[in-house]
Design a protein around this ligand. Sequence first.
Ligand code: AMP
Ligand code: FE
Ligand code: FE
Ligand code: ZN
Length: 286
Amino acid sequence: MLIDLHTHSTASDGTDSPAGLVVAAVEAGVQALAITDHDTTAGWARAGEQAEVSGVLLVPGAEVSCRVRGVTVHLLSYLHDPAEPVLSETLAASRDIRLSRARTMAELLGRDFPITWEDVLAQAAQGATVGRPHVADALVAAGVVADRDEAFAGLLADGSPYVVHHGAPHPVVAVQRVRAAGGVPVIAHALAAARGKVVGEDVLEEMVAAGLAGVEVDHRDHTAADREWLRGFARAHDLVTTGSSDYHGTGKQNRLAENSTSPDDLHRLLAQASGTRPFGELGALA
Ligand code: AMP
Ligand code: FE
Ligand code: FE
Ligand code: ZN
């Protein structure tokens, strides 16, 4: 059984529409997937409708941006109540601050390259959470780089003079807010040093104390040693472990279901949720 609990659509920085993402997942043989766009639930309804048509289980989720002592943390939230005000305002604030931050990056780049803020906005779907991938797409459209990978390897890498980071909630606060909204919090790619600085065990322990439900273990940015350490950490704290693709469509090499979560772990996550219900058929998983 293929279960992929971390994917992106055009509601953030993926290239498949929410419905197209579900269709692509079915084509890849996936029986259950989660839509986890950055800081938004805007794709849920359209992905959910398609899941019902396609006969696949769709777990509505989001990837919540967090920051602690200059380190970015991504917290997956599954099945939270999208109308709960504190979490939904947290996500809205992140979308806002991401807009002004992307605008600053566009202006910095515009001094040296032929791109404008309007060019960046033109790369994002209406209302989408704007991120560096959209800035990368504008650089591609302007002929400055060949693809997103080239942009992230240079002009948009962490530490580049053109990159500005945005403020975001402390991961412990985010865990609390996800739980308070009836959601199930799982930390994404916690040890992926290839992506930038990662948090220490102290922060992970604090997140567990605040209600963390699980850790994403099988992710392409984790080494074998990272996975082994995270499995041990999960065992010690009785946490769910997941495996996911972090699919972004054509914008990234990650392929749907390149990693998978066990049915047992999915059931453990579903059992902890009280915010909203999955779309599509649960029966198929029995
Ligand atoms: P931001 O959240 O705006 O700082 O941008 C980071 C996002 O860029 C994450 O969602 C990553 O998935 C994405 N990303 C990182 N590296 C790459 C890459 N090489 N190609 C495409 N997307 C990337
Ligand atoms: Fe992304
Ligand atoms: Fe992430
Ligand atoms: Zn992601």
